[in-house]
Design a protein around this ligand. Structure first.
Ligand code: SAM
Ligand code: SF4
Ligand code: F3S
Length: 444
């Protein structure tokens, strides 16, 4: 009989990719993906450690599962992801309901750990072994057949920004072999995937050398461009330091690379960037911005901001605001600085909470305004939409335009996976609403 497994995924796109790959792996042990959390043989929580209360969220979630199984046999409870890596043994001590703790670079061992799990014999596995992990998964087909799929090409980080846990939870930068990525992409395309989103903590730091040459992310984009059945290419998250000219050039030559560049800057003040150890300046960022616009006028930008970083004065904050007004980012993430244990910035003196909140609201006022303005600019225009799925219980379809905006419109589910021209009638801050254009030749 098939055993039931459910993975709850918190955090970034990389965790989503990992959870899907874990499903691909445990299938070999006879586990079947289940949505019913009340009758499971195995429950996995894939965790994120990036901001505050991450640890508490995990214990809260495990407490919830414990309640569900009060009167029943418990499933094997696994904590995976970045909190697992950061907390390791501590988790097993604090919450005996957890059976296995496994870090992100040890997922190749998940089947062995589950197969050999014996009740009351707790397991902790937090080795950094990216090479073995990717070698293992290279031999297991990526079964994803959604319209849009993630594909991890690079993992880990050597940059050590003073605020960030990622170098400690994901380990050193590792780039997968070029041909392995391409064969995974080919199998996704064969499964019906129409959009591939290349992933990495520093995705544009991708660098793989063999006897012939050094491959960069631009080589991956150029190669993917040649697959007829693939319609769109995106990548995330990039770092300004690795935004090289060959990648910028892709924006003028690639037919499939989407024109939204997510390029985190964090702050518009050089003083703050320096104490953050970001290794780039505002001027360098603006230079990249200009080059990208020159390569392709359709390019728009989104970014990440950390507000009220220790030492941020009103003047520093205003510099960030000026940058936001200059670039008019169309979609961004902004959070108040959250001190993370083990990082350099953890013990710095924090900005008063009220001031921090005020600054966050102020920057979001501008970020949201520019986002809405961009959305409004689509009204009465025809936009190119890749249809991803049908909305639950409705006759509506969901897709995305080139800038990642959600687009909602009425239509038949046969359109899923197709590119349609949608005439936009209405917008709000997050979504565009419209109708299928009458002469939609592209749908044929
Ligand atoms: N590698 C990417 C880069 O360098 O821009 C970012 C990856 S990180 C997973 C995603 C975002 O989380 C960062 O861009 C940053 O804005 C935010 N972040 C990381 N640590 C944070 C902290 N301690 N407090 C608040 N935000 C944080
Ligand atoms: Fe974190 Fe900085 Fe690495 Fe991005 S570059 S993952 S923010 S340490
Ligand atoms: Fe979170 Fe780890 Fe991603 S800390 S943002 S899940 S790399």
């Amino acid at each position: 009989m098939q055993k039931k497994i459910f993975i709850k995924t918190l955090g970034c796109q990389m965790n989503e990719y990992d959870s899907n790959r874990i499903y691909d792996s445990v299938k070999r042990l006879g586990f079947e993906k289940s949505k019913d959390q009340n009758n499971l043989d195995c429950y996995i929580l894939n965790t994120c450690h990036i901001r505050d209360k991450a640890k508490e969220k995990v214990y809260h979630e495990i407490g919830r599962v414990k309640k569900l199984y009060k009167k029943k046999n418990k499933p094997i409870v696994v904590v995976a992801g970045c909190v697992a890596q950061a907390e390791n043994q501590e988790m097993l001590k604090r919450e005996p309901y957890i059976d296995i703790v496994i870090g992100p670079q040890a997922y190749h061992m998940i089947n062995d750990k589950l197969k050999n799990f014996i009740k009351d014999n707790k397991i902790e596995e937090t080795e950094f072994d990216a090479v073995s992990k990717f070698n293992y998964f290279d031999n297991i087909e990526n079964k994803n057949n959604k319209v849009s799929s993630y594909l991890t090409i690079q993992e880990g980080c050597d940059k050590f920004c003073s605020f960030c846990v990622v170098p400690y939870t994901r380990g050193p930068e590792y780039s997968r072999p070029f041909d392995k990525i391409i064969s995974e992409a080919e199998s996704l395309i064969k499964n019906g995937v129409k959009e591939i989103i290349l992933l990495g903590q520093n995705v544009n730091a991708y660098s793989f050398k063999n006897k012939i040459k050094e491959y960069r992310i631009s080589d991956l984009i150029n190669k993917l461009d040649s697959y007829e059945d693939l319609q769109r290419i995106r990548y995330t998250t990039s770092h300004p330091r690795d935004m090289t000219d060959d990648l910028i050039e892709c924006y003028s030559i690639s037919k499939k690379l989407m024109p939204l560049v997510h390029l985190p800057i964090q702050s518009g003040s050089n003083k703050i960037l320096k104490i953050m150890n970001r290794k780039h300046t505002v001027e360098k960022y603006l230079e990249i911005y200009e080059k990208l616009l020159k390569a392709n006028q359709k390019v728009e930008f989104s970014s990440d901001f950390i507000i009220a970083y220790p030492g941020e004065t009103e003047n520093d904050f205003n510099e960030t605001l000026s940058l936001v007004k200059k670039i008019k980012f169309i979609n961004s993430f902004s959070f108040i600085f959250s001190p993370r244990p083990g990082t350099k910035a953890a013990n710095l003196e924090q900005i008063d909470k009220e001031i921090a909140k005020e600054r966050l609201l102020k920057i979001q006022e501008y970020l949201f305004k520019f986002q809405l303005n961009k959305n409004k600019s689509f009204i009465n225009k025809s936009v190119d939409v890749l249809v991803e799925n049908k909305l639950d219980g409705q006759r509506k379809l969901f897709g995305r335009n080139q800038y990642m905006n959600s687009v909602i419109f009425e239509g038949n589910k046969n359109f899923i996976g197709k590119n349609l021209n949608i005439k936009i009638e209405n917008v709000n801050q997050n979504s565009l609403f419209g109708k299928i254009e009458k002469n939609n030749m592209r749908a044929a």
